[in-house]
Each structure stands twice: as structure tokens, then as C-alpha cells.
Design a protein around this ligand. Structure first.
Ligand code: 13P
Length: 251
């Protein structure tokens, strides 16, 4: 049985006071309702340590949204995976489509970041997903498989088994347009197949694959009910306490 994950990706949102209020409400909800899912908050670096303090006594985990490919040194402005780990975070997003697009992150860079994360004891959440253009050409399975195999090529089975994968079709991010449960399930099955071909059946059966892209309280139950969908990576709806609690409870 794969335990579901509901991860909220705050992106570049929330001032400290707002972040604290939201987190405290989520702590209260998770303590009172003991959700089935593992709840993860992907916070700006600035709130990693605070987030860890605010969630003390609850099962909520803290994640970074990115890390450096370097472990230390003269890289002004960067934050190392080992620094993220040293303030109590346990996850890190790697290769979100916004990083791939706006910061030109490619497979070589993402592989280096994954290695840093794993060496630092963080669980990488490796993001993948196709654009609308690719989806319209109906080459989305090949495209996403390629994104994954380019990274898997430089990882061993143990490293791949340590990942969580998040499938986020770019056309569904922040647009209000969610992939249908059938579209998402079909891609998740294809992703699990890529993992199996790259590693073993056991690893493919155990790896967790999250869906992201306009997950809302009304769409979460059916998405999370699909056999290969192991939870969600939630953007906009994770900023609203009522919506995010409903999504947590749907898992
Ligand atoms: P939205 O839920 O706002 O579409 O964002 C999805 C996402 O990018 C999460 O990482």
C-alpha cells in the first residue's frame, strides 16, 4: 500500500504572518482529523525553519521548492540541500515546470540537484509534465517519458526508488483546467511503466506519483481515487485553509 501525499506548493506567496496563520490552522486540522495522507508544505526557503517550528507536534512535513546543485562554496544567493536539511525540512521539489521554463533547468542540472538532495537525506519530488502544444500533438507520453529517462539515466535503482514523482501538465497549472481523472490516470500508468522499465517491478509498484494542476476540493476525490494516483501537488488551493483541508481529507 502506498501512502498518499498531499503537498501544498506555496510558490512565491504569503508573508510571514500569513504563512504562520495558515500553517497553524493546518496543524490544528491534521491533529484533530488524523488524515490518511502525508501532508507536506513546500515553502519559500525563508520559512523552512519557521515552518518546521510552526508544525512541531504535528505530522506535517516541510519541503523546499528547489535546492542548489552545489553543496557549498562561492555561489551567492544559492541554498544547499544540506542547509535545507539542517533546519529540519525533509522534502525538496526538483524540476518544477516553472523552474524548467523560467530558469532553464535541464536534465543534467536536475540530476545534480537530486544527488545533492539524496546525499543530504531529503526526499526529492521530481516534477514532470507537458505543455499544451505537446498535448495537442498527442506526443505527451513520449515527452514525459523522455523527461524522466533523461534523469533516470544517471541514477541507480536505489536513487530512483527514493524519489517521489509529480506529474503536472503545464496546461493545467494555475489555469483552472484540470486533467480529467482518465487523462491523469493514463499518464500515471505510463510513468509507472517508465519506472518499471528503468528499475524493477517492485520499485515501480512502490514509487509514489502525485498529480498536480488545478487540484481543487471538487476534483480531488475522483483524481485521488485513480489506481496510479498517489496524491496531489497543489498550488493555488493550498493557500486557502478550507480548500486545502478538504483536499487533504479527500486523500
Ligand atoms: P495550481 O494548483 O495552482 O494549478 O498549481 C499546481 C502546481 O504547480 C503545484 O506545484
Amino acid at each position: 500500500m502506498r501512502q498518499k501525499i498531499v503537498a501544498g506548493n506555496w510558490k512565491l506567496n504569503l508573508l510571514q504572518k500569513e504563512a504562520r496563520t495558515l500553517t497553524k490552522a493546518l496543524v490544528k486540522h491534521t491533529i484533530e482529523n488524523a488524515p490518511n495522507a502525508e501532508v507536506v508544505l513546500c515553502v519559500p526557503h525563508l520559512y523552512l525553519e519557521k515552518g518546521n517550528n510552526w508544525t512541531y507536534g504535528s505530522s506535517i512535513k516541510i519541503s523546499a521548492q528547489d535546492c542548489s546543485q552545489h553543496s557549498s562554496g562561492a555561489f551567492t544567493g544559492e541554498v544547499a540541500a544540506r542547509q535545507i536539511s539542517s533546519v529540519g525540512a525533509t522534502y525538496v521539489l526538483i524540476g518544477h515546470s516553472e523552474r524548467r521554463e523560467y530558469f532553464k533547468e535541464d536534465a543534467t542540472l536536475l540530476t545534480a540537484k537530486i544527488k545533492q538532495a539524496l546525499e543530504s537525506g531529503l526526499t526529492p519530488i521530481l516534477c514532470c509534465g507537458e505543455s499544451l502544444e505537446v498535448r495537442k500533438k498527442e506526443t505527451h507520453v513520449e515527452f514525459v517519458s523522455g523527461q524522466l529517462t533523461q534523469v533516470f539515466g544517471n541514477l541507480d535503482n536505489t536513487e530512483i526508488a527514493s524519489l517521489v514523482i509529480a506529474y503536472e501538465p503545464i496546461w493545467a497549472i494555475g489555469t483552472g483546467e484540470t486533467a480529467t481523472p482518465e487523462q491523469a490516470q493514463s499518464m500515471h500508468q505510463a510513468i509507472r511503466n517508465v519506472v518499471q522499465v528503468s528499475t524493477t517491478e517492485k520499485i515501480a509498484n512502490e514509487i509514489r506519483i502525485l498529480y498536480g494542476g488545478s487540484v481543487k476540493p471538487n476534483t480531488a476525490p475522483e483524481l485521488f481515487g485513480q489506481s496510479d494516483i498517489d496524491g496531489g501537488l497543489v498550488g493555488g488551493a493550498s493557500l486557502n485553509v478550507d480548500d486545502f483541508c478538504k483536499i487533504i481529507d479527500a486523500a
